[in-house]
Design a protein around this ligand. Sequence first.
Ligand code: G4P
Length: 545
Amino acid sequence: MTAPEDVAAPTPRGLPAEVARRRTFAVISHPDAGKSTLTEALALHAKMISEAGAIHGKAGRKSTVSDWMEMEKARGISVSSTALQFNYRAAGSDVDSVVNLVDTPGHSDFSEDTYRVLTAVDAAVMLIDAAKGLEPQTLKLFQVCRHRGIPVITVINKWDRPGRAPLELLDEIEERIGLTPTPLFLPVGIAGDFRGLLRRGPEGAATEYIHFTRTAGGATIAPEESLTPEQAQAREGEAWATAAEESELLAATGQDHDQEMFLAGQTSPVIYASAMLNFGVRQLLETLVALAPAPGPRLDIAGVPRQTTDPFSAVVFKVQAGMDTAHRDRLAFMRIVSGEFERGMVVTHAQTGRPFATKYALTVFGRERSTVDTAYPGDVVGLVNATALAPGHTLFVDKKVEFPPIPSFAPEHFAVLRAQSAGKYKQFRKAIDQLDSEGVVQVLRNDVRGDASPVLAAVGPMQFEVVTARMLAEFNVETTMEHLGYSLARRTDAESADELGRQRGVEVFTRTDGVILALFSDKWRLQYIEKEHPKLTLEPLVAAA
Ligand code: G4P
């Protein structure tokens, strides 16, 4: 897979025009809803690949572009988060839009990672399986979008397979998450008999019928035919009449697109699609370009908006090592907030005040890497061997700016990690520090346990597996893990720490960022201590998404 050459190439357009043509989004979904298939379908429409299916598939074919670790291949999930950039020219436009698709990990154990990714996007596509409706992971991720005020476009996928009724799925979205769905397109044909899309105009009037033709295995773009409503009625009969009627029903309940409400996160444009057959994928791209917001200002730590046209600044949202076993390097992914980025420019790392040379700047998607020479707000750039950078850090030029840190989630799983052989202690320490700074897990320490047996704290137990696997693969350290019987954590302070340390079923630690955490075996123990010692400081942490 290769990026078209003119993506993000220097242009005489100027900064405001570059910002205006950019769209940066992520797909949020439950595993198996079709995220990888959709990503591939988007790449196909953007002409980054000539055929779908070659890079997709879990059943013996080559793995998906966004998979990288052995563990991921085995489990068929995506652990890393990277970004795919492509140009897309919408119908009737004379400007290429630059679309950045930031990959999100699919498993709920990586919700902390996903949260970080969602700080880097301006919009999200909520991908739903037409037969399953809203699933737990989708719900959680949606809550993160709501919390961050990210506008959401909904795609109801797998319409080529038997599934639920179109309006029933919309009702579920409205009732369960209070988001008003406003379909831009309705399916013609029930789930399992997907013939095309009805385009909804003002007040639900059908303005166009887009008829799709299947291609062999969905490997190439599905040819489209545009018909008038009259032609559609003549051709599809009952299937068309049903879709047209549904469209009117939705208009009667006010479920029409409203740009302001969409940007405010109150409504969500809906598209029915089949990522596998490439039906509705072009419509999604057109919608992203037409409706999703371009990169905008971001508030700095003092609450002052940093405009996209201000001098260069960026936020690191993800640090990852060992993505490429041949390189063994460490990449920090930054989302550009303002100004123009030029490879080689020297920026300042806000957290240390040190200069940082950006000689090695890349775009990375899965195993594909290419050098970035110029990038603009909304773009995601990977910096190689940026050892000092951690998620939430700021880079800038000129006057100092710092963006608010990304909150860490309340861990619910705790385990002691030890190196199997004492001779490997040095590597063990190094590895822990590295995984800690990447944010793979939280690392807790106290004097009693000492440095050789730190406690790892995670939102989901699979994070522990990543640690063990990487310890061995990258640092050649075999480890043992002992799960601890704690299930919740509270933030406390030095004054309360002594008293807490004396309680049964409680242990006090300091996290690497200096936060003092008290771990409790269960919520009854916590409630008991809160009642007995009301003066102790015990604050809840940010709940996992
Ligand atoms: P994920 O990244 O969200 O986990 O999902 P992925 O794209 O891997 O898709 C999960 C399964 O759903 C795959 O089937 C994929 O082919 C199928 N799928 C995705 N989109 C559609 C669609 O629009 N229609 C239909 N009918 N199926 C779809 P699989 O059996 O797990 O893998 P494979 O053997 O097809 O590769």
